[in-house]
Design a binder for this molecule. Structure first.
Ligand code: G3H
Ligand code: 13P
Ligand code: ZN
Length: 312
C-alpha cells in the first residue's frame, strides 16, 4: 500500500459515521507510537507535519519515517501539511511527496483567503494532491502565531458554499469552539462546542468532509502525571471526548490531535525520570513516551474516532 490521499478515507468515514485521526509527527518515536496503534486496530491514518516540524526534523527525514511506517504496517496513510501559511510551503510539500496540504488562509479576508486557496488547489490538483481550506479562526498558538480568544471567530455558515465552490477545496476546517494547545477553556468555564453551526454547515455542504482542529481532550490522566512529577500544567483543559465522538458521527471526517501526543510523551518521560533519575540512555526514557503515544492513539481510534477496522 503506497502513501494515499484522504479522498477514499473521507468518503468511507462520511458514510460510516466515523472520523480519521490526523496526528502531528515530529520524530521517530511519535511516528512509531501512532502507527503501532493504528496497525493493531487496522485503522486508516493521517500523519500531519507542521512548518515547525519540518524546521525541527527536516522534510526528508519525516517523509522517510512515514514511508517506513507504510512499509512496516501496510496501512493506508495520508501525509498532510498542517497549517500551510503560503503557496511556497504548500508547493514544497507537494513537490516533496505529500498527498495532502492544508492552506490556512484564515488570517486573511474572505476574498484573499479564496484567492490564495484557489491558487494552491490548482497546483495541488494538477499533481493529484488534495487540499484542506479553513474558514473561521481558532484561538490558540500555531508555531509563532498566537490568536487571542477575543480574536477567534466562528465559521459563518452563509460563507461556506461560496468558499468551497470558488476554491475547489476537498475538505474544510471550521471553527466551532475548539482551539489549539492545552488550555482550551478558562478555569471554571464549561466546555462548549457550537454544534448548531456544524449542523448548518453540514446542511449547506452535503457529503462534504469537515475538519476539526484543536481537538485534543488534554487527557487528564497525563496532565496529572506531569503535575505530580515536577511539571506545572494547572488549568489545562481540553475538549470532552463525548463531544468529539458526536462530531465524528456527523460530517466531521478529520480530527486533529497534537497536544495529547505531547502530553503522553512528556508524562512518560517525566514519570520515568522520577523513578530512575540515574538513567541517561535516551531509549530508556523515550520508550515509555512512545508507549504512552501508542496507548493514547489506540484509545482515540476506538473510543473517540470510531475508525477501528476501517483500513482495507
Ligand atoms: O496546530 C498546530 C499543531 O499543534 C502543530 O504545532 O506548529 O508547534 O508544530 P507546531
Ligand atoms: P490540539 O492542540 O488540540 O492537539 O490541535 C492540534 C491541531 O489542530 C493541529 O493542526
Ligand atoms: Zn490546527
Amino acid at each position: 500500500m503506497p502513501i494515499v490521499t484522504s479522498t477514499e478515507m473521507f468518503k468511507k468515514a462520511y458514510d460510516g459515521k466515523y472520523a480519521i485521526g490526523a496526528f502531528n509527527v515530529n520524530n521517530l518515536e511519535i511516528v512509531q507510537g501512532i502507527t503501532e496503534a493504528a496497525a493493531e486496530l487496522n485503522a486508516p491514518l493521517i500523519l500531519q507535519v507542521s512548518a515547525g516540524a519540518r524546521k525541527y526534523a527536516k522534510h526528508v527525514y519525516l517523509m522517510k519515517l512515514i514511508e517506513a511506517a507504510v512499509e512496516d504496517t501496510g496501512l493506508p496513510i495520508c501525509v498532510h501539511l498542517d497549517h500551510g501559511e503560503d503557496f511556497e510551503i504548500c508547493k514544497s510539500c507537494i513537490d516533496g511527496g505529500f498527498t495532502s496540504v492544508m492552506f490556512d488562509g484564515s488570517k486573511h479576508s474572505f476574498e484573499e483567503n479564496i484567492r490564495q486557496t484557489a491558487e494552491v488547489v490548482k497546483y495541488a490538483h494538477d499533481r493529484g494532491v488534495v487540499v484542506e481550506g479553513e474558514l473561521g479562526k481558532l484561538a490558540g498558538i500555531e508555531d509563532d502565531v498566537h490568536v487571542a480568544e477575543e480574536d477567534a471567530v466562528f465559521t459563518r455558515p452563509d460563507e461556506v458554499e461560496e468558499f468551497v465552490e470558488r476554491t475547489g477545496v476537498d475538505s474544510l476546517a471550521i471553527a466551532i469552539g475548539t482551539s489549539h494547545g492545552a488550555f482550551k477553556f478558562k478555569p471554571g468555564q464549561k466546555p462548549k462546542l457550537r454544534f448548531d453551526i456544524l449542523e448548518e454547515i453540514s446542511k449547506r455542504l452535503p457529503n462534504f468532509p469537515i475538519v476539526l482542529h484543536g481537538a485534543s481532550s488534554v487527557v487528564p490522566e497525563y496532565v496529572k502525571i506531569i503535575n505530580e512529577n515536577g511539571g506545572n500544567l494547572a488549568d489545562a483543559i481540553g475538549i470532552p471526548e463525548d463531544m468529539l465522538r458526536e462530531a465524528a458521527r456527523s460530517s466531521v471526517c478529520k480530527i486533529n490531535i497534537d497536544s495529547d501526543l505531547r502530553l503522553g510523551m512528556t508524562a512518560g518521560i517525566r514519570e520515568h525520570f522520577a523513578k530512575y533519575p540515574e538513567h541517561f540512555d535516551p531509549r530508556q526514557y523515550l520508550g515509555p513516551g512512545r508507549d504512552n503515544i501508542r496507548d493514547l492513539v489506540k484509545h482515540k481510534i476506538k473510543h473517540v474516532l470510531g475508525c477501528d477496522g476501517a483500513a482495507k
